[in-house]
Design a protein around this ligand. Structure first.
Ligand code: CP
Ligand code: NVA
Length: 305
């Protein structure tokens, strides 16, 4: 039987997301009511980080503890991965000792090779190309605030990065539209978009991309791994800040999201991220709840509850 992984958003069907989202809602309720829920007793999650993290580490580690299991943190610096151990060998070993694995790394090819040698499910905790756990939390947050996301319009303002590619895949699964505005030289890589994906429209002007949006979202201009491009990016992205003027172009009840960490004055103005339309703290908290549902689903299938 093939192993179910979550390496990119398109790995799950709408039916699977509906299940995970419903479980996340119930698991969140239990958490808020201080109701113990331990379906993963004696199970172990190993988390492999090749890049920095606050939210991803914390939400997976706390989440696994709250489900009754244990979480182990490894990074490149002090594991043998940093000394050239092949990812295939690491995956063989880790998946003989643990029940589920989360990996944050550089290229998507690395996590795919890792999953190819793993006996247990592997979750993408961010690669250069995808950040599916974050977009799962974002979609969950949108649904909590506004109900179904089907038929809605999401405006993406900024870099064509891992977050955008996961949003584009989510748009296909959940049937919503993405208005994308990226500066010249930082456009979508067509190789990373499913052929025939008709769920997005490109706008040269970021303000126009916000018109009629139900959700406006952005992310850092320089993602992890691209630090040497920072000065050039600061110049190229001038004008792509999500500020009050752009939010005015969106629908009156539009939400603002940002996966964090944020740079006030660069990709987002303080008046927006700290303003009434921003749901960034719920978005961050929801990483915990959706990932607990994801861990439960990948380890136990639909048997839990
Ligand atoms: N949003 C997110 O993934 O945050 P971290 O980099 O802190 O994990
Ligand atoms: N696009 C950002 C997201 C950080 C959570 C990065 O890859 O650095």
């Amino acid at each position: 039987m093939s192993i179910k992984h979550f390496l990119q958003f398109s790995d799950f069907t709408l039916d699977e997301f509906d299940h995970v989202i419903e479980r996340a809602r119930l698991i969140k309720q239990k958490f808020k009511n201080y109701e113990p829920y331990h379906p993963l007793v004696d199970r172990t999650l190993v988390m492999v980080f090749e890049k920095n993290s606050t939210r991803t580490r914390l939400s997976f580690e706390a989440g696994m503890h709250q489900l009754g299991g244990a979480a182990i943190y490894l990074n490149t610096r002090d594991s043998q991965l940093g000394r050239g151990e092949p990812v295939e060998d690491a995956a063989q070993v880790m998946s003989r000792m643990c029940d589920i694995i989360m990996v944050r790394t550089f290229g998507q090819d690395i996590i795919e090779r890792f999953a190819g040698s793993s006996r247990v499910p592997v979750i993408n905790g961010l690669t250069n190309e995808h950040h599916p756990c974050q977009v799962l939390a974002d979609v969950f947050t949108y649904i909590e605030y506004r109900g179904s996301i089907k038929g809605r319009t999401v405006a993406w303002i900024g870099d064509a990065n891992n977050m955008l590619y996961s949003w584009l895949q989510a748009a296909e699964v959940f049937d919503f539209h993405v208005n994308v505005s990226t500066p010249k030289g930082y456009e979508i890589n067509p190789d990373l978009v499913t052929p025939g994906n008709g769920n997005y429209t490109f706008f040269a002007n970021p303000s126009d991309a916000c018109a009629g949006a139900d959700l406006v979202t952005t992310d850092v201009w320089t993602s992890m791994g691209y630090e040497e491009e920072n000065a050039a990016r600061l110049k190229a992205f001038d004008g792509w800040i999500v500020d009050g003027e752009k939010m005015k172009r969106a629908n009156a009840d539009a939400l603002f999201m940002h996966c964090l960490p944020a740079h006030r004055g660069e990709e987002v103005a303080a008046e927006v991220i700290d303003g009434p339309q921003s749901v960034v703290w719920d978005e961050a908290e929801n990483r915990l709840h959706v990932q607990k549902a994801l861990l439960e689903y990948l380890v136990l299938g639909r048997l839990a509850g």
